[in-house]
Design a protein around this ligand. Structure first.
Ligand code: LIP
Length: 297
């Protein structure tokens, strides 16, 4: 495939993101049809499906040679290939959307050789756009048309000084029983507990309800880390590129995995910092202990 113009692809994804934002804002969640997938909390709506259809139609016209991996048309067992692929979540934060809670986004990623190289995340409720192209930095645009701010937002990010000084993003996800759930909830408890009781005493835990927005907040330096198992490549691909371009790192959600795959389904994102990243990852893995999440099916 001839040298790709990543800037042109990025620019098209930004236009697509704003179009998706208009679709999301024009829907009235109280009136839309919803269904469920894995269980009663794994929700899909007709708006998710309509947005993904618009996205895939526009992108397959503009880039017919690209593959497409979207949440609503994903065939279980499909692996992310090496070819240029759009990796798309039409509405990340569907539960928030269904409840009219104003925090959801479209997540548009491009992976080449299974590496995130473009990321575009747009939260229409806040008119907040996060973008990145590999080797060209990450940016946040607060209001459409305003001057993008380079990420991380701090011109001199503070060093990371361990979990006891960290604001950590977590998610409950849609798996609510079994060994993965038991491990996750045990880790949540230990993260928040006092050191005297064997905990990490984090500043606090936050759940934005969207993997993409959690990762974007870590990239911006608004949170220090995000840990989740069970989400998918389309939840993290765009944010991954934005995070890396903002100096952050993406480690595995299980101990010892320093180089996770985009479709690994177990992630630990850490913000950019002049020091302390590796130490924070290792401290976090220490909280997990000998546990390991398994999302191989
Ligand atoms: C969501 C993810 C979130 C996860 C939820 C859900 P969706 O994606 O962003 O991290 O905890 O279970 O998968 O379904 O809103 O696109």
């Amino acid at each position: 495939m001839a040298d790709l113009n990543l800037q042109a692809i990025h620019d098209e994804l930004v236009l697509v993101a704003y179009e998706a934002g208009r679709m999301i804002l024009s829907a009235n969640p109280a009136d839309i049809g919803t269904g469920t997938k894995l269980n009663s909390v794994d929700i899909v709506t007709e708006v998710d499906q309509a947005v993904e259809k618009m996205v895939s139609s526009r992108l397959s016209t503009a880039y017919p040679e690209f593959s497409f991996m979207g949440e609503e048309t994903y065939k279980p067992g499909t692996k992310l290939g090496p070819e240029p692929t759009f990796v798309v979540d039409p509405i990340d934060g569907t539960t928030n959307f269904v409840h009219s809670f104003p925090n959801a986004c479209i997540s548009l990623g491009v992976a080449i050789n299974r590496e995130p190289v473009i990321g575009v995340i747009y939260n229409p409720y806040q008119d907040l756009l996060f973008t990145a192209i590999k080797s060209h930095g990450a940016y946040m645009t607060r209001i459409k048309g305003s001057t993008p701010q380079k990420l991380p937002l701090a011109t001199s990010p503070r060093p990371l000084e361990g979990l006891a000084n960290a604001l950590v993003a977590i998610e409950w996800g849609s798996n609510r029983d079994g060994p993965n759930y038991e491990l996750k909830t045990e880790v949540f408890k230990k993260l928040a507990a006092t050191k005297e009781t064997g905990g990490a005493m984090v500043h606090s835990l936050r759940s934005l309800g969207s993997a993409a927005l959690n990762i974007a907040a870590v990239a911006a330096g608004q949170m220090d880390a995000y840990w989740e198992g069970g989400c998918w490549a389309w939840d993290v691909c765009a944010g991954w590129c934005i995070l890396k371009e903002a100096g952050g790192i993406m480690a595995g959600g299980n101990p010892g995995q320093w180089d996770p795959a985009v479709d690994e389904r177990k992630y630990l994102a850490v913000r950019g910092a002049p020091s302390g990243q590796k130490e924070l990852v290792e401290e976090f893995w220490g909280v997990i202990g000998n546990g390991a999440m398994d999302y191989s099916v």
